[in-house]
Design a binder for this molecule. Structure first.
Ligand SMILES: *Cc1c(COP(=O)(O)O)cnc(C)c1O
Length: 356
């Protein structure tokens, strides 16, 4: 049976990325050697690195003065690396969910952290607005897409101090004005590549201002100087990521991707609103994520939750159980998820409504 993959992460990647990776694992770039077993310093792999950085820059229109790094450690290591490298005494964080809160917690190990606003009291079902960012903080940290709660900051905000963004789960879903950020990072396994590689887009001029010793592997400068090859990079995920970037480019780039994503999200949100059984957890449309769509049963149908999951499971839909902290359902509609999968889900929602 055809599966519809709604997992939140690791999650669906373009078919061509799987196929090209399988080929390269058998014979990489005509070398007769597996991608898993060739030196990362071979000219064939260096070409993969170079093209990956070039396509990052092209697709996101990254201005001069920025570097793209491919590191290990996941987005979670960036929670610590960002303050290590960029926070002298004080930083500011917007608390919009579990990941934002984890990032904030790490920064507390480096000095004073101002939580400028939080939506924790209402189970993170909106993006706080109208807060003030302290001008004397070293940076302001945001999480653009809150994977667990289905909220998203879909615009690039102006900020008087350096802006840092965790874009793990919405990178490449829309065009981004990179010039508004000093640093953007994310784990790969939502919209880019298999887990194992972490991307960092960093404005070089923000480095070199810390008084503390920064351990070599945790120092961004190390990886800039080493071209992400100070140590052995995650070779296979980087290769797969390059295939995703090529797919994105062939599709027409991020404007096209954004339009396709919005269509998928609209289809599903509209059905959630229309269907008598369900309601969305995020009420303000402006805050609704285009990548992770969360909804629950209406109160009078609460007892049907497990049944709906079972029903959609029988139709080949996987990964739709809401995060344990929210309950209900979550459909992740990442770049590579075909519109047909959303259409199949919407049809299943209509059918389930008829039955009940
Ligand atoms: C998944 C996710 C993370 C954690 O990523 P890891 O690579 O597993 O450390 C952090 N932030 C956001 C927004 C995420 O979606």
């Amino acid at each position: 049976m055809k599966k519809h993959n709604f997992y939140a992460g690791p999650s669906i990647l373009p078919e061509v990325a799987y196929e090209e990776t399988i080929k390269a694992i058998k014979d990489f770039a005509g070398t007769g050697i597996s991608l898993m077993s060739i030196s990362h310093r071979s000219k064939e792999f260096q070409a993969v690195m170079d093209e990956s950085e070039a396509l990052f820059k092209e697709l996101l229109k990254i201005p001069d003065g920025y570097k793209v790094l491919f590191l290990g450690g996941g987005a979670s290591s960036q929670f610590m690396m960002t303050p290590f490298n960029l926070m002298n005494k004080k930083s500011a964080y917007l608390n919009t969910g579990t990941w934002a809160k984890k990032a904030l917690k790490e920064a507390k190990g480096f000095g004073e952290v101002v939580e400028v606003a939080s939506s924790a009291d209402s189970l993170y079902n909106f993006i706080p607005k109208g807060y003030e960012v302290p001008k004397d903080a070293d940076y302001f940290h945001i999480t653009t897409n809150n994977t667990i709660y289905g909220t998203e900051i879909k615009h690039d905000m102006d900020c008087d101090i350096p802006l840092i963004a965790d874009m793990s789960s919405d990178i490449f879903s829309r065009p981004v004005d990179v010039s508004k950020y000093d640093l953007i990072y994310g784990g790969a396994q939502k919209n880019f590549a298999p887990s194992g590689v972490t991307f960092v887009i960093i404005k070089e001029s923000i480095l070199g201002k810390m008084e503390r010793y920064i351990p070599t592997m945790l120092n961004y400068q190390t990886h800039i100087d080493g071209g992400s090859m100070f140590n052995t990079p995650p070779v296979v995920p980087i290769f797969t990521g390059l295939q995703t970037l090529k797919w994105l480019k062939a599709l027409g780039g991020l404007e096209v991707m954004q339009k396709m994503n919005q269509e998928k999200a609209d289809l599903l949100y509209n059905e959630i609103e229309r269907n008598k059984l369900f309601k969305a957890t995020v009420l303000d449309k402006e805050d609704r994520s285009v990548m992770n769509i969360c909804w629950i049963m209406n109160d009078e149908y609460k007892e049907l939750e497990q049944e709906f999951l079972k029903y959609t499971g029988e139709l080949g839909m996987v990964g739709m159980k809401g995060h344990r902290s929210v309950g209900g359902f979550r459909a992740s509609t990442y770049n590579a998820l075909p519109k047909e999968s959303v259409e199949a889900l919407v049809a299943a929602m209509k059918e389930f409504e008829k039955k009940n």
